[in-house]
Ligand binder design. Structure first.
Ligand code: MG
Length: 258
């Protein structure tokens, strides 16, 4: 009777009925219980779109990377106080110039993959936090420690590749002073809601000389020398390299936005 009087309702009803019947058949066949999953045609689980963009590697640098420093100049950097970079440029590397302050990228970044190479001074001076100290501040706030930790003890959450005073590296992969070392840093920025409240922590994975030293660590907030982390809301922000009064060198810096 309903079919004759309300054909449009009947159409909706019939669709609903077909879906119910299909679900019943699928359930009875065991799809919902994990049975016979291996018997599906292989094409059912193939996904063809989107197609990942092709990236070529040229001299170790992915073709979609933004080169921040290749030894030629400081065009992608400014002094931390806004002026020109005062650090020394020698060969393909830059060296901290004592007392001139840190340097920071002109551009800002959110989520990224960062490659950076550094070397602590070949001539050893100082101990602990005073030996080859610099740092890479992700989004200008979260420090991945740079330090000569080869044969020099300090607090574990302050040694090379630590998130300063927050994360202890899984291993000490430090090379001897004077030797070039690599950091590959995969970083997800924190998220804040419209009220400025943090809804997810920043996350970081660090490879030191190709060895995983931090695996998806959730950063608590700013990395403080004194006191506890803070969590003021922020958007994209620069990468900053620290002048900690040691002659640390950097070279071959590139970044990929994600
Ligand atoms: Mg430091």
């Amino acid at each position: 009777m309903i079919i004759i009087i309300f054909p449009e309702i009947n159409l909706t009803f019939m669709k609903y009925l077909y879906v119910c019947i299909a679900l019943c058949i699928a359930t009875n066949m065991g799809f919902g219980q994990g049975k016979d999953r291996a018997s599906l045609d292989p094409e059912v689980t193939e996904v063809w779109e989107p197609i990942p963009p092709k990236v070529n590697i040229v001299n170790g640098v992915p073709s979609d990377a933004q080169v921040l420093f290749d030894g030629s100049d400081f065009s992608n950097w400014i002094g931390i106080n806004g002026g020109d970079v005062q650090w020394d440029l020698v060969g393909d590397a830059m060296t901290v110039k004592l007392g001139t302050g840190g340097i920071t990228t002109r551009d800002s970044f959110g989520d990224f993959q960062l490659h950076i190479e550094w070397a602590s001074p070949e001539v050893i001076t100082g101990e602990g936090q005073g030996r080859g100290n610099s740092g890479i501040f992700l989004q200008n706030r979260y420090e991945v420690q740079v330090l000569d930790s080869y044969e020099s003890r300090t607090y574990s959450n302050g040694q090379a590749s630590a998130i300063y005073k927050q994360a202890i590296p899984l291993v000490n992969a430090c090379k001897p002073p004077g030797e070039w070392q690599t950091y590959d840093i995969i970083y997800t920025a924190p998220r804040f809601n419209d009220n400025g409240r943090k809804i997810s922590n920043a996350k970081v994975t660090v490879l030191h000389n190709g060895v995983v030293t931090l695996n998806d660590f959730e950063i608590w907030g700013t990395t403080q020398y004194k006191g506890l982390p803070s969590n003021e809301p922020h958007g994209d922000a620069p990468i900053t390299l620290q002048d900690h009064s040691n002659l640390v060198k950097y070279r071959n810096i590139w970044i990929r936005r994600m």
